[in-house]
Design a protein around this ligand. Sequence first.
Ligand code: GRG
Length: 298
Amino acid sequence: ALSVSDPQTVLEQFLRALRTRVDTRLGELLPGPTHPQDPIAAAMREGTLAPGKRIRPLLLLLALQDFDRLDEGAFDIACALEMIHAASLFLDDMPCMDDASLRRGRPTIHVQFGEDIAILAAVALLSHAFSVAACAQGVAHPVRTQMVCLLSQAIGSQGLVRGQYFDLREGRQQRPLDAIANANQLKTGSLFTAALEMAALFARCDVRQRNLLRGFAVELGHAFQLLDDLDDSMSSQQTGKDSGKDDGKSTVISLLGADATRQLLKEHVRYAEDHLARLGLAGGLLSQLLDRLFARAR
Ligand code: GRG
């Protein structure tokens, strides 16, 4: 039996409370209420509010709590991050990209609404995320501007978009480890890095702290993508068929095998922990989230 003072229970309760607040605010910020004439708003709501882990908002909010700087203003920025992530999933799932039919336990957005609506809803979500960040309540004006810059750089031709391009095109042939790691960093690490850079801005971190937070995000990005790849490869082994996603795609697993990938993942988790320790945040909430995310990989 767990007592209420059990650190894991406390973490679970805190995570649940933060997720609820993020989802409530997302519900307020997203266009709606929906009606049959507004499939764009319906698709935006459906895909964003569907039960995901909300890792990107949590990274921002937990970092701020670790620095004792969590306040109301951070929630709108956290929501902007989740909207951008949701938009990237709409596009990633489309037939011209990863061609997925299920996401977050539900039919993907183009399956539910059609490809035209999925593209329009993704573009609308992205645009909405920028307006939410630019107008975030309780955030000083210069900080909001810096956050909009960070978000746009994380997404653009040198960020998420570039990572997705590498995966779709170069990923069809075998590539060396550093090329796979670079693509993983761009497609998965970009929003983690943006979340923690924004935490550094909110918490008025100095350059050293900011670099350490960025280093943490990079290690987390690598580890997270390797775990995602291992999960995909496990589930395709179990069902005897490819999920579609990894059809001939060059991943760290296809290059090094599952055991070496697991070792590499553990190294990245250890480096991530090192960064937190150097920030004086060992045992804090980010560190507990890290433990929880990678408990399966130990
Ligand atoms: C213009 C926003 C925009 C994107 C265009 C399509 C694209 C470029 C990028 C896609 C990048 C992508 C899908 C990366 C995968 C990242 C990843 C590990 C997704 C799974 O994230 P989780 O596990 O999912 O956090 P949940 O559902 O829990 O939120």
